[in-house]
Design a protein around this ligand. Sequence first.
Ligand SMILES: Cc1ncc(COP(=O)(O)O)c(C=O)c1O
Length: 420
Amino acid sequence: MTHSEQLFQEAVHYIPGGVNSPVRAFGAVGETPRFIRRAEGSRLYDVDGRVYTDYVCSWGAMLLGHNPPAVKKAVLEAVQNGLSFGAATEAEVKMAKLITKLVPSVEMVRMVNSGTEAVMSAIRAARGFTGRDKVIKFAGCYHGHSDSMLAKAGSGGITTGVPDSAGVPQGCATDTLLAQYNDLNSVERLFQQNKGQIAALIVEPVAVNMGVVEPAEGFLSGLRQICSQNGTVLIFDEVITGFRLAPGGAQEYYGIAADLTVFGKIIGAGMPVGAYGGKREIMSQVAPAGPVYQAGTLSGNPVAMAAGLAQLGQIQSQPLLYQKLTREGEKLREGLRSLFPQYTVTGVGSFSCLFFTQEPVTDYSSAQKSDTQLFARFFSHMLNNGIYMAPSQFEAMFLSSAHTDNDIDCFLETAKEFLL
Ligand SMILES: Cc1ncc(COP(=O)(O)O)c(C=O)c1O
């Protein structure tokens, strides 16, 4: 038995399912989670001494790869000064200024501790601002695990067979309206049926929690228009796309401004962080400036701010970063397309997905046509040959700036052996 297997046996006794987040379990792909000891650049090292090239990148957070020198230095320096003060710091002001500079639709921003918390708070701000209760989300989009966002919430739910969580009060669920991704008619129908009642529409501008599904031409601009016409707050969940697709995220990439934007882990370079921000008139409603209450003991934590400022600082000092990430992403996608011409390869910039279906994938139901058993076999083959991917068909393969051409050649060579 390997050390990972021993640890997992022990873990399931003390931790539900042996993991602290469901997508970390390898149950759906018939494997045991590998316990990771350390990471550097594009590599993960497990407790059994095995080395993997990492295509999860802490679920997108590690834009520069693991343990980049600038981030490590900033964290070590911050730690010298103390871990948490529960009081205002200069780093929070710097972070707020940097985010508002990179994402111009964000005029004010509040730091929180996770993407889940950021979404939950953004929705509360939208409800407080509009005085309305209902929220539209898209089937297959994941916005964290707050009660109102757990309807048809994508990867974790699909993979673990819990698409709609137990324990969510009926009242919460009735205020969440479900539309189909890339289908503006389904959105318009909901607006007609709930006139004057929709506080917010939340969307992943590129959906990455049902595998990667790109927005069709006109979809995001259509949402922008419908929300403006109805006085509804358009929320872009940029937990994945923010600072990854472009310095200004999907909003810069597609040229659409949201009213509120949600960010996550990438702002903390791997530290537990989230943020939400947007129009001044909406964010001014948040306490103590306004009546929408939201708070957090560890929000804006000095070590997390130092890590995030160091990572986001690199975005500014490396103008070619995004070209490199996109070039690598395209190389991976082109390679996969030529190896698997019968299947569907999607992606944009530095995140990609290989769906084991012959049909185009444009929404939740087309994503679900993928052969998950075949994905499980592919996953095991890759894992056992040193390639660490997310243990679910409905996740992205992430690249970082630490990935090299050679890493991608190696990925494609390993994938080719799967076919033999
Ligand atoms: C688009 C999106 N929104 C929100 C979240 C929730 O973030 P967290 O896991 O930090 O709570 C995630 C998590 O991956 C995500 O992908």
